[in-house]
Design a protein around this ligand. Structure first.
Ligand SMILES: *[C@@H]1O[C@H](CO)[C@@H](O)[C@H](O)[C@H]1NC(C)=O
Length: 385
């Protein structure tokens, strides 16, 4: 009698607290053999996962799955977890990805966890086409989140993207951690992450080695935290480019801390076009940063204007309340600190605190134009305010 009771109760519990349902993409026809096109299977699997009333887990088991550019569209009916052990690769003909702007698009999704996995765009043929000035199509970003919220990305790895590894646009509340982004130092425009028009994004415990910016924080980004990052090779962490258009949203409340820059072109940089704009950058903290042989460790550049597209114009972007705290290491240029601000909109409220940067083993210098600020603690090179 007791046994029967126990059985009934267990059965009841099993139904009640049943773990999330998990299905593998393989059940939908995907094959991780490195050859079979699994795009349709992934589409079907996503349609099932996203349409499920219950929370579900979609598994990508170990193996190499060929997937063409596709979109994981929401809204979904419940939270979806994408649990990846395997690798997603692009088709062998690089043009299939290059013809699309995005390879793996996550669109309009509120409530998603991506756990683990590798995505390998195999960008070499695309880069070499570009190097030889061929007609190579646009090139694809590897993974893109557009219009989203409540997203957790943990332990994802992206290698050899054609263009940027990851882009985020119009998203709120995203936590990204244990990310690895990797492409060779010479690979063109392979940004690590691009963020735009997004609120409350955090990126931490991640390693980014790539050919362009490790992280680029663009217009309309606010309340962003970047913590514990190894960056390099690459072009460093930048806010900008700002002021590309006349009307644009500003960047505010950004904290970048505990970063090591290793042989990067730039360290922490704010950059804006030298032309009119109502944009701004304010309330930014760069803290606890180590520079190892960085060309431009600390830079504000409001004279950005490739191909002379802004003759005799000044940046309208207002830069205010930017702190640099506890930044140590070596510069590969004598000018370890450079603030080149806009003559019509000088930088205000810049703070340098506990800085020790040298030019190799020699003393470095700082240069300012149109920059106003204060120093605290020991600041070397001496500030130019
Ligand atoms: C400057 O920015 C910091 C960091 O966001 C913020 O805590 C502080 O209140 C700001 N100061 C002013 C005067 O706005």
């Amino acid at each position: 009698m007791v046994k029967v009771y126990f059985f009934v109760i267990s059965l009841f519990l099993l139904v009640l607290v049943k773990p999330n349902e998990a299905y593998s993409v393989v059940a939908f026809g995907a094959r991780g053999d490195g050859r079979t096109d699994s795009t349709q299977a992934f589409q079907k699997a996503w349609a099932w996962a996203c349409g499920s009333v219950k929370r579900v887990i979609l598994d990508v088991p170990s193996g190499r799955f060929v997937v063409r550019p596709m979109s994981f569209n929401g809204p979904c009916r419940n939270h979806v977890t994408l649990r990846m052990r395997g690798t997603i690769i692009g088709p062998s003909d690089y043009r299939v990805l290059a013809r699309s702007n995005v390879w793996l698009m996550f669109y309009n999704i509120y409530g998603l966890t991506i756990n683990g996995g590798t995505i390998d765009a195999g960008g070499h043929s695309f880069w070499s086409c570009r190097k030889h000035n061929g007609y190579c199509y646009n090139g694809a970003q590897s993974i893109s989140f557009v219009s989203c919220g409540g997203i957790v990305v943990r332990g994802l790895k992206s290698i050899n993207s054609q263009k940027s590894h990851m882009s985020i646009k119009n998203c709120n509340n995203m936590a990204i951690s244990y990310l690895t982004l990797r492409a060779p130092s010479g690979s063109p425009n392979t940004d690590g992450m691009n963020i735009q028009n997004s609120n409350r994004i955090s990126v931490y415990n991640s390693v980014i080695k790539t050919g362009d910016d490790c992280i680029a924080i663009g217009p309309g980004t606010k309340n962003m935290v970047v913590n514990k990052i190894a960056c390099g090779p690459g072009h460093g962490i930048s806010i900008g480019s700002m002021g590309n258009s006349l009307h644009e949203d500003g960047v505010q409340n950004i904290v970048v801390s505990n970063v090591v820059f290793y042989k990067t072109t730039f360290g922490v940089r704010i950059k804006s076009w030298a032309r009119p704009s109502n944009g701004f950058v304010r309330n930014v903290i760069f803290r606890n940063i180590i520079m190892e042989n960085v060309y431009y460790p600390i830079l504000i550049d409001q004279m950005y204007c490739p191909n002379n597209q802004c003759p005799r114009q000044n940046s309208g972007v207002k830069i205010n309340n930017v702190s640099y705290i506890n930044i140590k290491g070596t510069s590969l240029r004598k000018e370890a600190i450079q603030f080149t601000c806009s003559p019509t909109n000088p930088c205000k409220g810049i703070k340098l605190q506990d800085i020790r940067l040298t030019f190799g083993s020699k003393p470095a210098v700082s240069t300012c134009s149109y920059a106003r600020g204060i120093t605290q603690g020991k600041v070397s090179p001496r500030s130019c305010f």
